[in-house]
Design a protein around this ligand. Structure first.
Ligand SMILES: [Fe+2]
Ligand SMILES: [Fe+2]
Length: 358
C-alpha cells in the first residue's frame, strides 16, 4: 500500500491516476505498478508492505520484478531458455518461503523445534527416495537411463542415513504432509521421461539448494550435520546434470514441461508450508519425555449439530468450533446412556413426523 504524504504522483502499471497528498493506493499481490513524480516537486510517500520482509530490505535481492526484466524474459529465445528462466523465478520465490524466513530468523536454533523440523523432514526424505526409485522403475526411453540411474545411485539410501543419524527421531504421520509428499513418487510414474527430468532436477533438486543452505547453519551441532554438508555440493551437481541433459533436447511437448514445472514447484511450496505449520504450531507443545494426552484431545471438535443442542450458539463468532475436553474420560464411557436399536428407530420416526408436521 502506498500513501502519498506530500506533493503529487502519476501512477503507472494497471492503474493510471494522479495521486495527491493524503491519497492511498492498494496494489494487489504481483500486479504491475509504478509512480512518476509530478511537477513541481514530485512526491514523498510511504510504502507499506504486508509481507514477512520488506520489498527492498535487502537491496541486492529486492522482492520485486522490474518491467524491463519481464520484457527480456518474454523475448528470451528458445523454449528451453524460457523454461530455465522460469525456473530461476520459481527458485527465487521458493527461497522466500515462510519456512526459510523463519529458519533465517532462528526458528531451528531451538533444540525442540529443530527436532520437530527434522522429524518432518524425514517424511519428505522418505518420499523423495521413493520418487527417485519410481523414476527408474517406470523408465520408458533407454536414452534417459544413464541420467536416471546415475541420480538413483547417488541418492540411494540417503533417507535411511538421515534416520540413522538421529537418536531422537520421532515418526510423524500428518495426513496433509503425507498427501503432499506422496504426490511426488506417485506423479513421477505417470510422467514422460522428459517430464521426469524437469520434475526431479529442475524442481526438486533445485529446491534443495535453498533448503540445504538455509537449514545447514542450525545443524552444525546436530548428528545430521553430515547430511546437510554433503548435500550442499551434491544437490548442485544434481541440478546441473538436469540442465545439461535438457540443453541437448531439440524437440519436446513444451507446454507439458512448463506444466509439470509449475505443478512441482506449487507442490513443494505446499510441502514446506505444512512443515512450517507442524513445526511452529506443535513444537512448543510436544514433550517427548512424557506422553501428552491433550495432543489428541485438542483435535477433537464437537459436531455442530451436537453443539447446537448442548450449548448456546455464539452469534459473534459463527465459524469457531471449540474443542471438547475429553481428557481423562475413558473411551468406553459415554455421557448418555446407551440406546437399543429399537429406541434409535423410534426416535428417527418421531423426528421425521415432527419435520413432516413443520
Ligand atoms: Fe540425497
Ligand atoms: Fe540430490
Amino acid at each position: 500500500m502506498i500513501l502519498i504524504v506530500e506533493g503529487s504522483a502519476g501512477t503507472t502499471g494497471d492503474k493510471h491516476a494522479v495521486m495527491n497528498a493524503g491519497d492511498a493506493l492498494l496494489v494487489p499481490q504481483r500486479r504491475p505498478h509504478g509512480f512518476v513524480g509530478l511537477e513541481p516537486n514530485g512526491f514523498w510517500g510511504l510504502s507499506i508492505q504486508f509481507d514477512s520482509r520488506g520489498l527492498y530490505e535487502d537491496i541486492e535481492d529486492p522482492w520485486a520484478t522490474f518491467l524491463a526484466d519481464e520484457k527480456s524474459a518474454e523475448l528470451a529465445g528458445s523454449p528451453i531458455e524460457q523454461l530455465f528462466k522460469k525456473n530461476e523465478e520459481y527458485m527465487e520465490r521458493f527461497d522466500k518461503h515462510r519456512l526459510f524466513v523463519l529458519a533465517r530468523n532462528g526458528l531451528l536454533n531451538n533444540p525442540q523445534t529443530r527436532r520437530r523440523f527434522l522429524d518432518c523432514f524425514q517424511v519428505w526424505s522418505n518420499h523423495f527416495q521413493k520418487m527417485v526409485l519410481n523414476r527408474v522403475v517406470t523408465l520408458q526411453n533407454p536414452l534417459f537411463e544413464e541420467l536416471a540411474w546415475l541420480h538413483l545411485v547417488e541418492e540411494l539410501g540417503h533417507n535411511r542415513d538421515l534416520a540413522k543419524s538421529r537418536s531422537d527421531l520421532k515418526p510423524v504421520f500428518d495426513p496433509i504432509l503425507e498427501a503432499v509428499c506422496s504426490w511426488f513418487p506417485s506423479k513421477i510414474g505417470m510422467l514422460s521421461d522428459l517430464e521426469k527430468v524437469v520434475l526431479v532436477h529442475l524442481v526438486v533438486e533445485a529446491s534443495a539448494l535453498s533448503f540445504t543452505s538455509t537449514c545447514k547453519p542450525a545443524m552444525e551441532t546436530s548428528g545430521t550435520k553430515n547430511h546437510f554438508d554433503s548435500h550442499k555440493a551434491g544437490d548442485e551437481a544434481h541440478v546441473q546434470m538436469g540442465y545439461a541433459f535438457l540443453r541437448q533436447v531439440t524437440s519436446a511437448d513444451w507446454p507439458r514441461l512448463f506444466d509439470i514445472q509449475r505443478q512441482g514447484w506449487a507442490m513443494l511450496m505446499a510441502v514446506m508450508g505444512r512443515v512450517a505449520d507442524l513445526v511452529v504450531h506443535t513444537s512448543g507443545q510436544v514433550d517427548d519425555a512424557q506422553p501428552q494426552p491433550r495432543q489428541d484431545a485438542q483435535h477433537v471438535v464437537e459436531p455442530v449439530a451436537a453443539r447446537a443442542k448442548t450449548s448456546t450458539p455464539r452469534k459473534d463468532t459463527p465459524y469457531v468450533v471449540e474443542p471438547i475436553d475429553v481428557v481423562g474420560e475413558p473411551h468406553a464411557k459415554s455421557r448418555a446412556p446407551h440406546k437399543t436399536s429399537e429406541e434409535w428407530t423410534a426416535d428417527r420416526v418421531a423426528e421425521k413426523q415432527i419435520s413432516a408436521a413443520e
